[in-house]
Structures are given as structure tokens and as C-alpha cells.
Design a protein around this ligand. Structure first.
Ligand SMILES: Nc1ncnc2c1ncn2[C@@H]1O[C@H](COP(=O)(O)OP(=O)(O)OP(=O)(O)O)[C@@H](O)[C@H]1O
Length: 310
């Protein structure tokens, strides 16, 4: 896939504090790339550097394509973390104004605005002023404003925050369809389940440094240990004694056994003691949510730093 954006070895300090250290990744045409990390990790600072709101102290940010000249700024769409549109302006007027700023033809912008307002259940709201919208409705309008001009690169900082489940589904569907039509998407989110469902690759950052970079499959293969869920009335101490069990979580008759990194499930299953009561059993890799928590709380998963075959 064609690379549209390269972030190479960028560093950024605020006063004496280095908040970005050697950040390197790329975003490709037609992919959804997630940028993840705990609060204060440096995600928004990375995005602000890409958007030219601030500049890195070292390193380079390159927009590709267009005969090597880079994507023009008006082909980038941006939904910032700080929400906010002009309050006392009508919905259609603000969408057309923002499209015009990007040099997008007005008749096409109007057509697209109406199409998207309908898609996001805001049909008939074009003459309503922004201040009269609910928070979620405002967010939909702001999302529309970030895509109205058909950007080639779309940067979404926490697009799902504050959305109800129905609106989340609408956003998810639209973001996926934009990527399927070739838009390169960089998305920051704390909702790991959504990232896991939607994203093709991810870059995880902690304390301004890369901790993971790769496709979701690579990341899971490299970092996600197996867990075994057993349904049955068992004593937690019996489960903890089983070989290769790191820890056990129990809720009623459901026990989750977190296994060592190099466990081969087939072999491990054969060695399960006979005194364990098993009414149902399943083995899965731990979720991205659990990987994230392990990293953010410095558990055992990430000892080595390395690419997951990005
Ligand atoms: N303008 C600024 N001046 C000084 N420090 C800043 C500034 N902007 C960000 N920082 C610091 O840089 C670090 C990274 O912040 P950033 O907002 O990029 O994190 P984040 O990963 O987006 O966090 P969150 O998930 O909470 O939004 C934090 O320690 C923050 O306090």
C-alpha cells in the first residue's frame, strides 16, 4: 500500500521535558492506523506536530504522493481532540465555510453536506444554529466538516468520545468505508474494543516512546499471551498450582487463567490435572484492552522494544 504520511524520528520538548522521543511510523493509503497510549503518552502532541500546529525539535514529517510534492494541506482532514465549532452559525453555513477554506467547490460541498447530515440522522438540521445542537450532534457536524472536502489523509483524535452506541456504529461504518475508498486514516482512541474491530495497524506510545508498532495480527502474535477460561466450581489455589499459570481471576464459577508467554495450548491442555472441574473451557489470546493495560501498568508483557514486523 502506498505511503501517504511518514513521521520520522521526531522529538519534541516542552521547556526541559522531552515528551516525544524518536517517534517513527507511517500511514498508508486505504488503511486505518491507530495511535494509542495512556493519558499523557504523547498522542495529541504527535498529531499536533503532523498538523503543523507546532513543529518537532528534531526529525521530519513528510506527506507523500502528488509527484513527490506532498499532499496539499487542503487534502487533509482533521478532527481535533478539542471539540468546538462557531456557536451562533447555522449548520450548513459552517460546513460550507469550512469546505470553502479548503478550496472545495461549493455546489459539491452542499450536496455532500446534505448527504452526510442525512446519514448521521441530522436531516433537516441544516438551518439550526450550532449552539442549539446536543454535544453528540455537534460532534457529528464537526466530523462531517473534517471529511466534507474528500481528504486523502484523515486524522481523527478521539472520534468516539461522548458518542452513544448508535452514533459510534455510524462513525465506525463511515470511517471504514472512507478507508475502503482509499483514504489514509490516523485515529487516536482509548476504546480498545473499537480499535481492535476497526484498525489495520497500530502504533502504541508510552512516555513519548514507541512500545508497539505493527498490524493487529502481528501485535497479538507477539504480545498477547493465551488465557484459558474455565467454567466449573474450582478452588482458586488448585488453579494457581497448574503449570504455566501466571495468575487467576475468578468470578463465581468462571475462572480465567492467564498463561505464560511461550505456552503451546495443545501441550498445556494435555497436562491439565484431573481434579479440575471443567463444564466448559475456552482458550483465546488476551485482548488489545488487556495488552494495553499490561503495558500501561508495566506488567511483564513488554520487556523488549521492537517492531512487530510493521
Ligand atoms: N503545550 C504544552 N505545554 C507543556 N506541556 C505539554 C503541552 N502539551 C502537552 N504537554 C505535555 O506533553 C505530554 C503529552 O501530552 P499529550 O496531550 O500529547 O498526551 P496524550 O497522549 O494525547 O494524552 P491524553 O490521552 O490524555 O489526551 C504530557 O506530559 C503533557 O503534559
Amino acid at each position: 500500500m502506498e505511503v501517504l504520511l511518514t513521521v520520522k524520528e521526531i522529538e519534541k520538548s516542552f521547556k526541559d521535558k522531552k515528551v516525544l522521543k524518536n517517534i517513527t511510523f507511517e500511514v498508508r493509503k486505504g488503511e486505518i492506523m491507530a495511535i494509542l497510549g495512556p493519558n499523557g503518552a504523547g498522542k495529541s502532541t504527535t498529531i499536533r506536530n503532523i498538523m503543523g500546529i507546532m513543529y518537532p525539535d528534531n526529525g521530519a514529517i513528510t506527506f507523500h504522493q502528488h509527484n513527490g510534492k506532498g499532499i496539499p494541506r487542503n487534502k487533509i482532514g482533521y478532527l481535533p481532540e478539542e471539540r468546538g465549532l462557531y456557536q451562533n452559525v447555522k449548520v450548513m453555513d459552517i460546513l460550507l465555510y469550512l469546505a470553502e477554506l479548503k478550496g472545495y467547490p461549493l455546489d459539491k460541498a452542499k450536496e455532500r453536506a446534505l448527504m452526510y447530515l442525512k446519514k448521521f440522522d441530522l436531516e433537516g438540521k441544516e438551518k439550526v444554529s450550532v449552539e442549539e445542537l446536543s454535544k453528540g450532534m455537534g460532534q457529528k457536524v464537526q466530523f462531517i466538516s473534517s471529511i466534507i472536502h474528500e481528504p486523502e489523509l484523515l486524522i481523527l483524535d478521539e472520534p468516539f468520545s461522548g458518542l452513544d452506541p448508535v452514533s459510534q456504529e455510524l462513525f465506525k461504518k463511515e470511517i471504514r468505508s472512507l478507508a475502503d475508498n482509499g483514504t489514509a486514516i490516523l485515529l487516536s482512541s482509548h476504546q480498545m474494543n473499537l480499535v481492535e474491530e476497526m484498525c489495520d495497524r497500530l502504533f502504541m506510545i508510552q512516555n513519548g516512546q514507541k512500545v508497539i508498532y505493527g498490524t493487529l495480527d502481528d501485535v497479538k502474535t507477539q504480545y498477547a499471551n493465551f488465557k484459558c477460561t474455565i467454567y466449573g466450581n474450582n478452588n482458586i489455589a488448585d488453579l494457581e498450582r497448574i503449570s504455566h499459570v501466571q495468575r487467576v481471576e475468578q468470578e463465581g464459577d468462571t475462572s480465567t487463567l492467564y498463561l505464560d508467554k511461550d505456552v503451546v495450548p495443545n501441550t498445556w491442555l494435555k497436562e491439565l490435572p484431573e481434579n479440575i472441574l471443567i463444564q466448559e473451557l475456552k482458550i483465546n489470546r488476551i485482548s488489545l484492552h488487556e495488552i494495553f493495560i499490561d503495558i500501561a501498568t508495566n506488567k511483564n508483557l513488554i520487556q523488549e522494544e521492537g517492531d512487530a514486523n510493521a
